[in-house]
Every structure is written in C-alpha cells, then in structure tokens.
Design a protein around this ligand. Structure first.
Ligand code: ADP
Ligand code: MG
Length: 265
C-alpha cells in the first residue's frame, strides 16, 4: 500500500487531471485505488461528477471527527473510491494550525485508511498552494508525483517543490519522502524532444544526471482531456479510443512497473 501525493506549486499544470486519470487507469487494471481530494476548489470531486451528492467530505474527517471510513465513497468505476473535498476545506489550515495539528491531523486520518485492507494505493490531489495542506500531504505521503508543463516555469517550480519537500524531511516527520516521478503534461513533441526535456530536468535535479525519475511517456495536449471534466467523466469514459486515454493507460502500466509490489495481488 502506497500513498502518493500529486503536487506542484503551480496551478493548472495537470495535477487533478493526472490524479483522476491515473487513478482510473490503475482501477481499470484491477488495482483498488482511493483518490483523496485535498483541494478546497474541489476540482477532482467536480470532475468526477460527485460534487452534488450528499455525504461527508475530507473536511468532516479532519475537523468534525467523522471516521475516515465513513467519508470514503465508491464511484461508478469499479475499484475506484473517492474522498471528496468541500469548499469548507479552505478554512481547515487555520483550524489545524490553531489546534497545533497541521502536520499531524491528516497523518492520523490517513493512518486509519492505510490500516484498512481495502486499497492498493491512495492518491492525494493537492492544491497549488504550497501552504499547510500541501505540507500535511508531504508529511504523510510515501512519495510525490509531479506533473510538469514544459516552459520557463518548469525548473523554478521543481526547485520550489523540492525546497518544501526538504523542509518536511528535515522536520523529521517523514524522513523517507522522495519524488517518485515527474510526468510531462501537454506535450506534443517527439521522443527526441522528450528525452532532451528529461535530460534538462535530470541535470537540474542531480548534476551527474543519474537520477531517473521522469516518466518516459508524456501526456499529450488533447482537447478531449480538457473537455472530459466538463462532463464529469474520466478520459477513458469520454474518449475511449483517443490519445489521452492511450497515454494514461501506458502511464499506469509504467507506474506499476515502478511499483512492483502493486503488480501482484
Ligand atoms: P491543476 O490541478 O494542476 O490545477 P488541472 O488538472 O485542473 O490542473 O488542469 C488545468 C486545466 O488544463 C483543466 O481545464 C484541464 O482539463 C486542462 N488540461 C490538463 N491536462 C491537459 C492536457 N494534457 N491537454 C489539454 N488540457 C489539459
Ligand atoms: Mg487541481
């Protein structure tokens, strides 16, 4: 069982799209996946068509003391469960800081979920804010998964993220935290261009270039990927034969290659 936080200091780079479609593709491959929406804007909740339904949210579990099990809800997709967000989550930072629980409360909630035999992996869809909830996600995650959009902000965003990750590691709360992978999003270049981008990234991360964390496949710019959330659908539901669906299926297979223990059972 693995907890993966999908985060980036930038908004609009594809965190939520990655969270939903990687989670759904892994569920399609038979993995039992829980997607937790940590963003008060609730994009993942809305994009899965779950915003108008009743029942609790992450806020209830973090603040009101509702058992985390009681806010997990199944979805129409077999093997995919969700803990929804709610706009009230915007005030949770202040509340948890006042209680001195900003790095611990999400950990407690996730510890209960981790102990359940129900899931193979849990994805945390973070907000673009590098504030309290993202630090809380870093305090509990086994690893980070980071979508990147090519452009001048790509490397500064990586530096900013690694800085925050280092702070969490140095706080002692989650010394094993690391980046499990970068996913290049909205990329329409060829393999040679993708390799060049990956090299640039690796050179920025580790001067000797030995680190191999960029996924070897990119997610293309695709109108269908932009449209699917408007219909409350995953890309595989909205455009089953399209390039976006194919890209996410191949990303999910590579994800399982990198997480051997998830491949069986
Ligand atoms: P974040 O969660 O990082 O803020 P989103 O996943 O919500 O970013 O993506 C921002 C917008 O870009 C959304 O409207 C989404 O549908 C769109 N988008 C994301 N990835 C792609 C892509 N590969 N091609 C086209 N549109 C995309
Ligand atoms: Mg988002």
């Amino acid at each position: 069982m693995r907890i993966i936080a999908i985060c980036s200091p930038l908004g609009g780079v594809g965190k939520t799209t990655l969270a939903i479609n990687l989670a759904a593709s892994l569920a399609e491959l038979g993995k039992r996946v829980l997607l937790v929406d940590l963003d008060a804007q609730s994009s993942a909740t809305i994009a899965l068509g779950l915003a108008m339904e009743g029942g609790g949210s992450l806020y209830s579990a973090l603040v009101d003391g509702t058992s985390p099990k009681d806010v997990v809800r199944s979805t129409r997709l077999p093997n995919l469960s969700v803990i929804r967000s709610h706009y009230e989550l915007a005030s949770v930072d202040v509340c948890l800081v006042q209680r001195g629980q900003h790095l611990t409360r999400l950990r407690e909630v996730m510890a209960e979920l981790r102990a359940l035999p129900d899931f193979d992996c849990i994805f945390l869809d973070c907000s673009p804010s590098m504030g309290v909830m993202t630090s809380a996600a870093m305090a509990v995650a086994d690893e980070l998964l980071v979508p990147l959009q090519p452009g001048f902000m790509m490397l500064p965003a990586v530096s900013c993220l690694l800085g925050q990750m280092q702070q969490v590691i140095e706080s002692g709360v989650n010394p094993g935290l690391h980046v499990g992978g970068f996913v290049i999003n909205r990329f329409n270049g060829d393999t040679a261009e993708l390799d060049k981008l990956a090299h640039e990234l690796h050179a920025h991360l580790v001067p000797d270039g030995s680190c191999n964390v960029a996924y070897p496949m990119a997610i293309p710019e695709s109108t269908a990927l932009a449209e699917a959330p408007c219909y409350g659908q995953t890309i595989a539901e909205y455009d089953p034969l399209g390039r976006g669906t194919e890209a996410y299926r191949s990303l999910a297979k590579e994800f399982l290659e990198r997480h051997h223990f998830l491949r069986y059972g």
